[in-house]
Design a protein around this ligand. Structure first.
Ligand code: SAM
Length: 275
């Protein structure tokens, strides 16, 4: 059998291996081959790419990746789904040696070999932000990617200062690269149909603006500022910067009466350096 997975085959595999999609694991499977190809295309996956997919499920996106990338590594938490994937790939005419299946929780993601160059994923909704930030941190080889997430999460990831969606993930993500919105996806392409909307976010790696020591300081400041986002910086950051908070923030060239939601990454870097 060639081609990608269709709706009836997806239901047939799920029934055969005893998978009843659960909300807890964010199991909404894509049943539309065109959407899978669109996602792979918008990630600019090329022949020499080593692709990483987090949460492959029954393999809808995995097969679309195998059509294009030289090899594909997948991380799936549900062992029944992980076990079935090589057989699904082989049945559809793909070389099973191009597919590496890791049955694990992506929240514990560590360095991978071969090092992936592109990330493509329909991320489990409840863990999408931490998993994404962890992938950026642990896999510096990732140069680009497209992830599908809940639309509210997509808004948060690409938000700019001043917008209501701007939060700690928006600032932290810019440490690793540029995130841009890559369109919306209708609910009807999923099984089961979710009760939230989904959107695509594109990621392009940039050189990091500092070493790991600086990043940890900057991320702590971001967490501090957004934990109390209605407070002025001098008070929101006093837990970290101490009684000198106002002076340190001023030294960084920033008005200490501003709120964290008005600052961009460079401002947080300047505060960390002034500390
Ligand atoms: N990629 C498939 C598709 O598009 O049809 C499935 C996407 S579904 C939204 C999310 C998948 O992530 C499920 O297969 C689920 O079992 C898996 N998953 C959930 N939490 C996970 C975690 N912490 N680590 C790895 N996989 C996880």
């Amino acid at each position: 059998m060639s081609g990608l997975l269709g709706a009836s085959e997806i239901r047939e595999i799920a029934a055969r291996i005893g998978v009843n999609p659960t909300k807890k694991l964010g199991q909404n499977f894509v049943v539309d081959a065109n959407t899978c190809r669109r996602i792979v295309k918008s990630a600019d996956v090329e022949k020499n790419d080593i692709a990483l997919e987090i949460g492959p499920g029954l393999g809808s996106l995995t097969l679309a990746l195998l059509e294009t990338a030289s090899s594909v590594t997948v991380i799936e938490i549900d062992s029944r789904l992980a076990q079935e994937l090589p057989a699904t790939a082989e049945k559809h005419g793909f070389d099973p040696s191009a597919l590496t299946v890791i049955n694990a929780d992506a929240m514990n993601l560590e360095a991978l070999s071969p090092a992936p160059t592109v990330l493509v994923a329909n991320l489990p909704y409840n863990v999408s932000v931490p998993v994404l930030l962890r992938a950026f941190e642990k896999l510096p080889s990732l140069q680009k990617g497209v992830v599908m997430v809940q639309s509210e999460v997509a808004d948060r990831l690409v938000a700019k200062p001043g917008s209501k969606s701007y939060g700690s993930p928006s600032v932290k993500a810019t440490w690793w690269g540029t995130l841009t919105s890559a369109g919306n996806v209708g609910r009807s392409i999923f099984w089961p149909i979710p009760n939230v909307d989904s959107s695509l976010v594109r990621f392009d790696r940039n050189p990091v603006p500092g070493d790991e020591q600086l990043r940890l300081k900057v991320f702590a400041l971001i967490d501090g500022a957004f934990a109390q986002r209605r407070k002025m910086l001098r008070s929101a950051l006093s837990g970290i910067l101490g009684s000198e908070a106002s002076a340190i923030i001023e030294r960084a060239g920033i008005d200490p009466t501003m709120r964290g939601e008005a600052l961009i990454l460079t401002d947080y870097i300047n505060i960390a350096k002034a500390y």
